[in-house]
Ligand binder design. Structure first.
Ligand SMILES: NC(=O)C1=CN([C@@H]2O[C@H](COP(=O)(O)OP(=O)(O)OC[C@H]3O[C@@H](n4cnc5c(N)ncnc54)[C@H](O)[C@@H]3O)[C@@H](O)[C@H]2O)C=CC1
Ligand SMILES: CC(C)CC(=O)C(=O)O
Ligand SMILES: [Mg+2]
Length: 390
């Protein structure tokens, strides 16, 4: 109990379910957790860690891509830290390994998948396949609807026929576009928002567009909301990427595809993190309480944008940055540890800039360097330690 009339600050940390998954998933998750160890040591925060299986690893042991027990655990923790699921060895499995992740996303109702696209370090600009004068300064976040659309619903899969109903209901659209509105309003002036769809062809897109405008007009009148067709956006992100600085809110399929394009823009998919949230981060205009976890943050699942990269797994070559930056997003959104999140982001930037500082280049192969996963991770850990002591 507080003795001086003020409330003691709440204990930092909380409960984590860790699902490393397949191929490079476990390789990069174990490195990111070393960063968490350092943060625990320096801050006194305590993260209870429960490790389990999802994807191919779960298929091998339980003949299912995720078990009911793991699904149940996913809704009893403050956050899930996820690696990646899938690989060619489970190519003909029913269910397939990726379905484990889809089922967890649905069970947790983490409907807003935030996928930022920016340069973790300015020294990476020259790694982009896009000319520096075009790509420099790119900074947008895709907010991808994560629990509906063509990835869910009653699928039909027969020998000569396949069908994935691509449907959206008002409630599914409203809740994700509200996250976009709430995030836009965290900035002064508010960030611009592009709502991305295929309203020229798809009925569900026309409903998406109408409801999005209703919500913004009523609840976020100060936000500049514009429509953009998904196909032309795919082209414009290459020719004029900075024109979309701000927020892009879109459905599950378009968000999945466009966020891998972000990896192309920044030079490597291995760099990009993501946060899938069950409600808006604390923000003006956010509904209080929606999606909150037991420590006052938002319930979330954190994973890199990339997949399990079977082509490089088992060789110690994977870039750990996407996974480490996903840890930073977890600290920020689920555990209200903004300072520590920034420390992790600064440490990553510092390591990526090491050559620019006249030091040795510590970069994995996807970034044109010679370092392995462990070397790059150790460099990040050293920086995190140094910054936490400073
Ligand atoms: N969230 C998840 O668990 C996801 C799983 N997948 C699954 O992953 C498997 C492989 O899919 P792909 O289409 O090959 O996509 P992928 O994202 O695994 O790999 C695409 C390319 O990027 C490279 N890459 C990805 N992450 C990297 C990293 N951290 N460091 C260095 N290079 C990296 C890979 O080596 C590969 O050349 C499939 O089974 C797919 O379904 C794909 C996307 C997301
Ligand atoms: C279920 C995943 C494999 C889908 C995907 O590619 C992603 O979420 O990035
Ligand atoms: Mg994807």
């Amino acid at each position: 109990m507080a003795t001086n009339g003020t409330n003691p600050s709440p204990p930092k940390g909380g409960k984590l379910l860790i699902l490393p998954g397949d191929h490079i998933g476990p390789e990069v998750v174990s490195e990111a957790l070393k960063v968490l160890d350092i943060i625990e040591e320096a801050t006194g925060a305590k993260f209870e860690r429960d490790f389990d299986l999802c994807g191919g690893a779960s298929l091998d042991k339980h003949k299912d891509s995720v078990t009911e027990a793991v699904l149940q655990k996913s809704v009893e923790v403050d956050a899930v830290f996820f690696g990646s699921a899938g690989g060619p060895e489970w190519g003909h499995s029913q269910p397939n390994p990726e379905s484990g992740l889809l089922r967890i996303r649905h069970k947790m109702q983490i409907f807003a998948n935030l996928r930022p696209c920016n340069f973790a370090s300015k020294s990476l600009i020259h790694r982009s396949p896009i000319k520096p004068e075009i790509i420099s300064g790119v900074d947008f976040t895709i907010i991808r609807e994560n629990c509906g659309g063509a990835y869910y619903g009653s699928k039909v899969e027969e020998e000569d026929y396949g069908c994935d109903p691509w449907e959206y209901r008002r409630s599914e659209i409203e809740r994700v576009v509200r996250v976009a509105g709430a995030l836009a309003m965290q900035h002064d002036p508010p960030l611009p928002v592009w709502s991305v769809d295929k309203a020229n062809v798809l009925a569900n897109s026309r409903v998406w567009r109408r409801i999005t405008h209703e919500i913004f007009e009523k609840e976020f009148p100060k936000v500049n909301i514009r429509d953009q067709l998904a196909d032309s956006l795919a082209m414009l992100l290459i020719t004029k990427p900075t024109a979309f600085n701000g927020l892009i809110v879109t459905d599950n399929t378009f968000g999945d595809i466009l966020s891998d394009e972000s990896g192309g823009l920044t030079g490597s998919l291995g760099l990009l993190p993501s946060a899938s949230l069950a409600g808006p981060p604390a923000a003006r205009g956010a509904e209080p309480g929606l999606g909150r976890n037991s420590v006052g943050g938002v319930v979330g699942l954190y994973e890199p944008v990339h997949g399990s990269a079977p082509d490089i797994s088992g060789k110690g070559l994977a870039n750990p940055v996407g996974q480490v930056l996903s840890l930073a997003m977890m600290l920020r959104y689920s555990f209200n540890m903004n300072h520590e999140a920034e420390v992790v982001e600064q440490a990553v930037a510092k390591v990526l800039d090491s050559k620019a500082d006249g030091g040795l280049e510590v970069r994995t192969g996807d970034l044109g360097g010679k370092a392995g996963t462990a070397e790059m991770s150790e460099a990040i850990q050293r920086e995190v330690r140094r910054l936490l002591k400073a």
